[in-house]
Design a binder for this molecule. Sequence first.
Ligand SMILES: CC(C)(COP(=O)(O)OP(=O)(O)OC[C@H]1O[C@@H](n2cnc3c(N)ncnc32)[C@H](O)[C@@H]1OP(=O)(O)O)[C@@H](O)C(=O)NCCC(=O)NCCS
Length: 321
Amino acid sequence: MAARLQPRPPEVVDLRRLGARDLDALLEEECAAWIGELAWDFEKSADLVRRFVDMRALNGSALIDDDEVAGYMYWVLEEEKGLIGDLYVRRAVRTPALEDMLIEAALEPIMMTPMVTRIESQLMMIPWERGRKAPREECAALFARNFMRIDLTRAALGRGHVRRPIYVEKWHDHYTDDAAALIASAYAGHIDSRINDQYRSPAGARRFLHNIVQYPGCGMFFRPASCVAFDAATGRMVGASLASIVAPDTGHITQICVSPAVRGTGIGHELLRQSLAALREMGCRGASLTVTAANEDAVKLYERVGFRIVRQFPAYVWEGF
Ligand SMILES: CC(C)(COP(=O)(O)OP(=O)(O)OC[C@H]1O[C@@H](n2cnc3c(N)ncnc32)[C@H](O)[C@@H]1OP(=O)(O)O)[C@@H](O)C(=O)NCCC(=O)NCCS
């Protein structure tokens, strides 16, 4: 057999051509990256990927480099929307061009799917780089998001001054409809509703809440640290701070919002403080959240409470294809 003189260029193949074992080394490295860089336990997600890959039931692609699986991505459809769920390229070979090859491999079949009008993706394992362009740029919008973290062993979590009569309750599922209406009003015209279209209507926000409460994508929903504020006079819900557990000693704020009518009166701060205090009480040593970099007031609030930016990552939206 003739020796190979030229290294073969990396190749993208359908994920359904592989078995879970082919992805073992890659997923092992990815789990180490999630826990090491973000303090998130990715093992359960990796197990789900393995299970679906073995069933040949996951849409996606793998990047083969030198006969090894060097990267992968999967995507799912949610009604008229495509979502690139995860994308990871091994550190030793990672380049923006390879990551974009995988993104392109997702865009093509999703864009060809009848009825699909929009594609979203937030890829926490891709570092944000100023000037980096989105694949299929002509129909793409790109947003920088901050991954922020607080050390709960040191945070003061001092009580602020709430300048409105409110009372706070722990989350209960019968709050879902009110919380969905609150989210839709809190994000009306907000940059985050350009990134996630579920924020644009109560029905969409209900799906968002259903996802974070029922499914482990953003960690396991954690009721004791999920707080809802009500106006003391009217009983109307005016704010919510929802939390999950992403690793045995790490919490995550999956949602925080306050009704526009009562913003700037200390409610957001108090809800966040109560969620973080509850996480600490349950043994969490740290907590994280993600926030759009352009959402400066929110970033300032988080920094004041003690969060620091760990990394920035891209959120992509494709429309009008
Ligand atoms: C981010 C958000 C939750 C903050 O809630 P909030 O109730 O308005 O925040 P607070 O009133 O607690 O504000 C925090 C502090 O900033 C101060 N502050 C708020 N708005 C201010 C403003 N426009 N100018 C100056 N200070 C301001 C407050 O005085 C407060 O100080 P205190 O904690 O010492 O009382 C709220 O603005 C919101 O719902 N935004 C839309 C949804 C969103 O962006 N969510 C975050 C996604 S990651």
